[in-house]
Design a protein around this ligand. Structure first.
Ligand SMILES: [Zn+2]
Length: 343
């Protein structure tokens, strides 16, 4: 059973829905499907993320105005619907193909450069806000955040000090959340129900605390959206270096596996390891994985063992972020991603 390996996939009922979907899909009549949750995994509902706009000094977190224009033009041409992060909790919003645009850190360049472009295309966005920097050099002020909120930007929580949650103790995590939630309430009169981990770095312990304050949480590792990873939902980063239309075409139409889970599942990997097991409900045949850390891509050996993929790295990953991107092209691009943090 997958469940015994798996702390993140705790929703066996979703699997029941998936089975129902397969049965319904085999019937010769088309139904008016009111149980839209079952459609989630067959229609792409992906999330993209940006940080800075028109700040070409920072190509790994920036997007140029021309690139953003081309992204939005492409997505509109392809008939994507744009929904905000909060809408992802509503299965009725997911029965058509959607893109959710998220922006982290509330840099001034979002307000001055990005937001007017999103408004030009009438694309609603979600901003993940770390509160300590508000009003600081090159960051938005509370006045600007209030204005953005009034203009329809959804504002959610991205911690207070923007520290990595992978290594903070419980008490500090609670203080990060409570400080930022109360500042947001005091200044914007809203209470965020979603959280994005700073640097996308997380741990099982951090996720347990986040679950008590928020309805879902996001990383910043690539991967197709699925509610199977409710407290570590992937988002595709787009920046100057990784911002081509070809990449956007692939990620926008990518689909999640019914369930996929890498072991160990704890996103903070301690001790470091070179052995991982990927378990995919619909099987691992044809799946390929790209694995990288701060030193670049890591060679690996992959062996199928009892319908699971045993992945052995050719070297020990270095400290920092270790990313897995496992994909299968089969009538669509199925994409599972996971990010570890190593001390
Ligand atoms: Zn951030």
């Amino acid at each position: 059973m997958i469940e015994q390996y798996d702390s993140e996939l705790s929703m066996p009922s979703s699997r029941l829905f998936s089975c129902l979907l397969i049965i319904v899909g085999l019937l010769p009549f088309s139904f008016n499907l009111s149980y839209a949750t079952s459609l989630e995994d067959t229609i792409p509902n992906n999330i993209i993320m940006y940080h800075r706009f028109g700040e070409t000094k920072y190509p790994s977190t920036n997007i140029t105005e021309e690139q953003l224009d081309s992204h939005l033009n492409f997505l509109i041409e392809q008939n994507y619907h744009f929904i905000q992060a909060g809408d992802l909790l509503d299965p009725n919003q997911l029965n058509k193909k959607t893109i959710t645009v998220t922006i982290d850190d509330a840099y001034l360049s979002f307000y001055e450069v990005g937001l007017p472009i999103f408004e030009k295309y009438q694309v609603p966005v979600t901003l993940f806000l770390n509160t300590e920097n508000v009003g600081g050099f090159n960051y938005m002020s509370w006045d600007q955040l209030r204005d953005a909120l009034n203009r329809g930007v959804e504002i959610q929580n991205h911690s207070h000090t923007h520290s990595s949650f992978a290594t903070l103790d419980d008490e500090t995590i609670i203080s990060e959340i409570e400080t930022s939630q109360s500042l947001i309430l005091a200044n914007l009169n809203i209470t965020p129900n979603l959280f994005a981990f700073p640097f996308g770095e997380s741990s099982d312990a951090a996720q347990k605390i986040i679950e008590t304050y928020f309805d879902a949480a996001f990383g910043q590792h690539s991967g197709a959206f699925s509610m199977n990873y409710r407290y570590y939902i992937p988002r595709y980063p787009l920046n100057e270096n990784y911002g081509s239309i070809d990449r956007l075409r692939d990620i926008s139409k990518s689909l999640p596996f019914q369930s996929a889970q890498l072991q160990p599942s704890n996103p903070t990997l301690n001790p470091p390891s070179t052995r991982f097991v990927l378990d995919i409900e619909e099987g691992v045949n044809g799946v390929n994985c790209f694995i990288s850390d701060f030193q670049g891509s890591i060679e690996k050996q992959m062996t199928v063992l009892e319908n699971k993929l045993l992945i052995e790295l050719s070297r020990m990953p270095v400290s920092g972020r270790l990313r897995f991107n496992c994909t299968k092209v089969d009538n669509g691009i199925f994409w599972y991603g996971h990010q570890y943090f190593l001390n």
